[in-house]
Write a protein that binds this ligand. Sequence first.
Ligand code: PAF
Length: 283
Amino acid sequence: MQIQHTISGTREVIRHWLAEGESVALVPTMGNLHAGHMSLVEKARTLADRVVVSIFVNPLQFGPAEDFDAYPRTPDQDHALLEQAEVDLVFEPPVEEMYPDSMAIQTTVEVPGLSDELCGAYRARHFAGVVTVVTKLFNVIQPTVAVFGEKDYQQLLIIRRMTEDLNSPVQIASAPICREQDGLAMSSRNRYLDPEQRAQAPRLYATLLRVADMLREDEESLEEIESRGLEMLRADGFDPDYLAIRERHSLSEPGEADSDLVVLAAARLGRVRLIDNLTVDRI
Ligand code: PAF
């Protein structure tokens, strides 16, 4: 497994592969890898000849009061996992390599509308930061396909929209959420939870399951079900940002005839913000 820290070194490796007619799958990450990331790597392996994993904690997607400095960085552990998974190349640039000039004058890529609601309403400019770095990674690595986790459901749809709108040749693939045995969605931020919060945290998924049942029972309006979900979260000690039922492909508010739904939630336990989602087929 090669580890490259520069754009030029990475391009050189990939140029040889492309010249040999090999296809490349990219798994973009911010490191601190867990089984959820490794499931993306496994999926990538089935989609292309070569697998590249990027590890870059992207400052452009963190707000001034967010956890950029504290975000867990575990390069040795990450390299060992990626080596074991037979990844071909790790692209791990320092911040100056990705943003040589001030980030204040960085050209950004934005997906309006979709980026402004749900998580976007609580994390100003977050998705512009994500879409910009993903576009830069696509330009550096030129993958045939890139794999993203369905846990960041809104992010996944925004990236799909960006590739469609910009006629990007990169295919976007996704892999399902990986959960701990008690249902908690795997996330690098779970390590911030203290033991009491860790015991409470699976109630987020339990609430989504209950909301899905209510949707299938079809006895209450969507607004009533959303309010019941929010009440359940508050009763379990969460401070929810939102719990929303949306049409699964567009994230628009569902009409009566829409059956492909997704329930999304973001909620805080102390200073830890958790997100989760669950797709539901309304019959
Ligand atoms: O999902 C993440 O880990 C990040 O948002 C991503 C896609 C690697 C961009 O920094």
